[in-house]
Write a protein that binds this ligand. Structure first.
Ligand code: ADP
Length: 486
């Protein structure tokens, strides 16, 4: 199959979050499976210096943006497995220090910057000699590709245009701009209406992606259901409900080449589901690294991530206040809200032999926490997919999660399925519910046989990208089979 993917960030060229990793892994695994894959992304400042094998592509862009024609170049990097990355070059748009804005706020011309990206994607999709059969865009930055393709298909004579799949990674970011920016799209005015891309008098890029795409996906099955509710839909629940028939959830994958318990450069010992001795040694090393008493028989809990409201930090803090009176230890790696950072520091000062905190970003330590802990805490308010619960499972660490989004998709509680249980789940967003789940973990810790079975169940789960990519392929095929019917 011939697939063109577009994203505002792609690892290792640019990254602000999980989107960059997801797009990189999806493209890599599709190409490895023998498909022709192209990736379109901006040429941000510094990329060419870091990747000197990027070459100028014989392609000049001259795109209408309202009344002006805007010029751009295309650069290309071809990887050995057949993956081509097309970099859109327009220094005045992309040659900046940050991807989306400074700490003071978003760049004021973001509508123009990413509309130019979308128009470049459409131009490549239409004229590339290898003729992509499916177009896959991600989040609001590339979502306007969908109405642009739809318009070319219905009014521009591009009758065999590829179907568009739009993936929603986080509904909280929609790309909402003043109505005047709509002129930059050069679309007929009837696109700017409530059942099109208009949203309370403004232009909403993500809504446009939802309305005009042929398939909408999000990053877990549960989040696909939640997104159609008022509580989680961020104002787009109605539009998503209308597209329910073509809206599906596909859980992201894990790169098991990196997240491995064997010969992992970040872990001093290897282990597997039948021999957990290495895990015990990593636990001791982690306790020493975090300056906690190195006790083998104390249950060690961990947490990693952005210290933001979304992650349920308030109920985690409240519950630890209460639970640290028990015989347990807790380690945290994260950064974010200054108030949360301060609260965790205070907690550690009050419980120096039970609680240790590292504020910052540290990939090596994140592996050691995932591998060295007995339990991993994720009480998120909402979690479109989440990765840490999947890492925990692979590392034989029992995840304790709130039932939401991808956490619900990946973790199986004893109550749901005693034979295949791999974690502990709780429903209510409250300190009491989090504490109750920790109490369950303390009991489980003393039931060694059951604990081992649950660890083995978790380690046997397959969240590989190979599986995720084949699920996307299944949907791409369905899209292709519908092309003849439109
Ligand atoms: P989100 O994208 O909402 O932040 P995810 O769980 O989907 O949450 O992905 C976050 C990724 O970033 C995970 O791989 C997690 O381990 C990693 N991460 C988050 N904070 C840190 C940190 N302080 N140090 C190292 N890795 C981190």
């Amino acid at each position: 199959m011939r697939i063109l993917i577009a994203s505002s960030e792609v690892y290792p060229y640019s990254k602000s979050g999980g989107l960059a990793d997801m797009v990189c892994a999806l493209a890599k695994f599709l190409a490895r499976a023998g498909h022709q894959v192209g990736l379109v992304t901006p040429l941000y400042g510094g990329i060419r210096e870091r990747f000197p094998d990027i070459k100028r592509f014989d392609w000049r862009l001259m795109l209408p943006m309202g009344d002006e024609l805007v010029e751009g170049q295309v650069w290309i990097r071809s990887l050995p497995d057949g993956l081509n990355i097309y970099f859109i070059d327009n220094p005045s748009f992309y040659g900046r220090a940050e991807l989306y804005g400074r700490h003071t706020g978003d760049y004021p011309d973001n509508a123009k910057r990413f509309l130019f990206l979308c128009k470049s994607v459409v131009n490549l999709a239409r004229y590339l000699p290898w003729q992509p059969e499916v177009l896959h865009v991600h989040d609001w930055h590339t979502a306007l590709t969908a109405p642009l393709v739809f318009n070319e298909r219905t009014r521009g004579g591009w009758t065999d245009s590829p179907p568009v799949c739009c993936t929603l990674h986080n509904l909280a970011y929609q790309g909402i701009f003043p109505a005047e920016e709509f002129a930059l799209t050069n679309l007929p005015s009837d696109y700017f209406r409530p059942n099109g891309m208009e949203y309370y008098g403004k232009m909403n890029c993500l809504k446009a992606g939802i309305v005009y795409s042929d398939l909408i996906t999000t990053v877990s099955r549960r989040y696909a259901l939640e997104a159609t509710t008022e509580q989680f839909g961020c104002g787009l629940d109605g539009v998503l409900s209308e597209k329910r028939e073509v809206f599906v959830g596909i859980v992201n994958g894990v790169d098991y080449e990196e997240w491995t318990t064997e010969s992992n450069p970040y872990l001093r010992y290897s282990f597997d589901s039948h021999n957990l001795r290495g895990k015990e040694s990593i636990k001791r090393g982690l306790q020493e690294e975090m300056r906690l008493p190195a006790r083998a028989n104390v249950p060690l809990f961990g947490s990693i991530g952005r210290l933001a409201e979304q992650k349920g930090v308030d109920i985690l803090l409240g519950s630890l206040e209460e639970m640290l009176s028990a015989d347990m230890q807790f380690v945290l790696l994260g950064s974010g809200s200054r108030d949360f950072e301060r609260a965790f520091r205070k907690l550690a000062l009050r419980h120096p032999s039970k609680c240790a905190i590292k504020i910052g970003f540290d990939t090596g330590l994140s592996h050691r926490i995932e591998a060295g802990c007995d339990f991993f805490l994720m009480p998120s308010r909402f979690e479109p997919c989440g990765l840490n619960q999947m890492y925990s499972l692979r590392y034989g660490t029992i995840p304790i999660v709130r039932i939401t989004g991808g956490l619900d998709d990946c973790v199986i509680d004893m109550v749901e399925d005693p034979e295949n249980a791999n974690g502990i789940k709780f429903a209510q967003y409250s300190i009491q519910a989090q504490s109750q789940a920790i109490r369950k973990a303390l009991i489980l810790y003393n039931e060694k046989e059951l604990l081992d079975v649950m660890r083995q169940n978790g380690m046997a789960m397959d969240f590989s990208w190979k599986r995720t990519a084949s699920e996307y392929l299944l949907y791409y095929r369905q899209l292709l089979s519908n092309v003849g019917k439109r």
